[in-house]
Structures are given as C-alpha cells and as structure tokens.
Design a protein around this ligand. Structure first.
Ligand code: C5P
Length: 319
C-alpha cells in the first residue's frame, strides 16, 4: 500500500518497483527496438498550468490522411473517412469519460457515473456486457491496437464490440516515423484488415493514428520525466486521454491512477494477474501516470475512492 499512497502524491520512482519489472524496463532500454533518439530537452518541474499550456500548444491529433507516401499512391485519400477525427465534433464535446480496463474497476459501481458523460472512450476488447454496474454500457469511441485487427481470437470483423463506435487503431512504428519503413514492416499488419473494413463499412468512422502523433506524446513524457523512460510508444490509455483532451471540454479518467481497489488483476474482464499491466514493462506506463497525476484537477477523495482523475480539455485551458 505504501507505493499506492506515494503514487497518489506523484512521489514514486521506478526504483520502487519489484525487481522483475525493473529488469524488464532495463531490457527494453537496451533493446531500443524502435530506434528512439531523444533530442528534446528535459523540463524541470513545470507547474500544472505550464504543463497544460505545453500540451495544448503541441499536441495535435493526427491520423493517416492518405496524402503521404506510400499511402498516397495506394489510393488512401479516398479510403480514409472524408471527415477527419478532429472534425467529428467540431464544437467539442462537453464532458467525456475515459474508462481504463484495469481489474481495479471491479466492484466500483461507477457505471452510472460513466454513462452520464457525453462520450465514453474504451480500449481494445474491453466489454461492457455483464459489467454494466462497474463500467457502464455506453461506448462512443474505441482505441484498438494492431493486434486486435490481426489476431483472429478477437473476431474484429464480426464482434459487436467494434460496431457503431468510432474506431481509432494504432501500431508501433519506427521513431523516425518513416511511413515507407513502417508500411513494409509494421509490428502487426493492420493495413490489410483496415482496407477491408473501410471497404465493407464506409460509413463507420475508422482512423489509423499517425506515428508522428504517437512519438510526439512519447517526447512530451520524456521531456517531463527525470528518469530515462522505456523507448516504446505510450500505452493506449495515455494516447486516449490526450485524444479526449483535444475533443472535450472536460475529461474524467477512471482507474488509470489506481484507487484503493488496486489489484494485480490485469483486466476486469480476464482472469490474468500481472503488476506490469498497471505499472508498465513495455510501455512507459508509470511515467505516463505520474504526468497525468500532475495534471489532475479533481479531488483526492475521488482519486482514492473512484480512481478518478479530472482534466480540462484544451479548449478550457487558457494560456
Ligand atoms: O491492456 P489494454 O491496453 O487493453 O488496456 C487499456 C489501457 O488501460 C492501457 O493502455 C493502460 O493505459 C490502462 N490500464 C491500466 N492498468 C491496467 C490495465 C490497463 O492502467 N491494469
């Protein structure tokens, strides 16, 4: 529990993690499989207001629009949705919920509160059916990683999880964000199922995040962290929080910073235990969470009891 108390106060370092997680983090640093070369500078202890202004001025949600090689020559201009993600709600949504898939959300009874928001973001294969009391049943948008599109066990084509929602997919690309290299050698080939899905469901908004957007978020986390963070993309959760901050006036994030219900149960919908799901091994998850903790405008009570962080959307940030 001591670790949890320190996390709520933003006062933790990777040295406090168990040796197995520390070893995994070190191995990812050594491997640097995406060829990360950090050229930014470290920002020492920006205030919440300064951090929010930095995010507002730099974070631009970007998706593949088919204008760049190799996608331009492959006809992607006509394949991607005519309306860009950033224009789907041009006047902005008022209040949005980001629902993390952590086991800690079980027995939270947060469902009703979550559904009261104007839009609800969920991740990957996280279900609502059977878990309504704790996670609600409204889904506006789903962020999915490339494994969801490519692993047959997820039934991407016919599962109802991926219908009637805005879909946003992503795949780890090289840090150089060289689209030709990425297209030839994605982590999981999401391009083929994306094309197929767009052709069959032209009216469903479905986007692929631009690698430049993902690595821009990584740069911002590293700039604002003293320790060297894992040279791998941020988690879907962090990506989702920043997408919602650019689309909503207020963002309520559930069970990202764990509540008193903290558990090693990885997901609320799966019997699998691993502390890495909450604290990170591949993703720089611990550092993402420390950054989000610094941005929290909600109460300590809501953080402890609900695992809830409240963030202003960029439209509500005045610099
Ligand atoms: O595991 P998955 O990526 O589908 O979960 C969605 C997001 O929820 C993660 O990217 C992570 O940000 C967050 N999460 C968490 N703690 C967990 C499980 C997920 O913070 N135990």
């Amino acid at each position: 529990r001591a670790f949890l108390y320190r996390l709520w106060k933003g006062n933790v370092s990777s040295k406090m993690l168990n040796p197995r997680l520390q070893k995994a983090m070190k191995d990812y640093l050594t491997a640097n499989k995406h060829g990360v070369r950090f050229r930014g500078k470290r920002e020492a202890g920006l205030s919440r207001a300064q951090l929010l202004c930095q995010l507002r001025s730099r974070v631009r949600v970007r998706t593949l629009d088919g204008t760049e090689a190799p996608f331009s020559a492959l006809g992607w201009r006509r394949l991607v949705p005519a309306v860009p993600l950033s224009q789907l709600h041009p006047r902005g949504l008022r209040s949005c919920a980001v629902v993390m898939s952590a086991g800690a959300i079980l027995n939270s009874s947060l469902g009703e509160e979550i559904d009261s928001h104007d839009a609800v973001l969920r991740f990957n294969s996280a279900p609502t059916r059977g878990y309504e009391k704790d996670v609600g049943n409204k889904t506006t948008m789903r962020i999915i990683n490339s494994q969801i599109l490519t692993n047959p066990s997820h039934h991407f084509i016919d599962s109802s999880l991926y219908k009637d929602v805005i879909l946003v997919a992503w795949d780890p690309a090289p840090y150089s964000a060289n689209l030709n290299l990425w297209y030839k050698k994605p982590d999981y080939n999401l391009f083929t199922p994306y094309i197929q899905h767009r052709q069959r469901n032209p009216n469903q908004p479905f986007y692929i995040l631009h690698p430049k957007f993902i690595w821009q978020l990584w740069d911002i986390i590293q700039e604002n962290t003293k320790e060297k963070i894992q040279p791998n993309p941020p988690s879907s959760g962090f990506i989702g929080i920043l997408i919602m901050m650019s689309m909503c006036r207020e963002v309520h994030v559930y069970e990202y910073i764990p509540s008193v219900r903290q558990t090693e149960l990885c997901h609320y919908h799966e019997l699998y235990y691993d502390a890495a799901c909450t604290l990170g091994a591949y993703h720089p998850l611990l550092y993402e969470k420390l950054l989000v903790q610094r941005l929290n405008t909600g109460t300590q009570g809501d953080l402890h009891r609900k695992g809830k962080v409240v963030l202003p959307g960029f439209q509500a940030v005045h610099c």
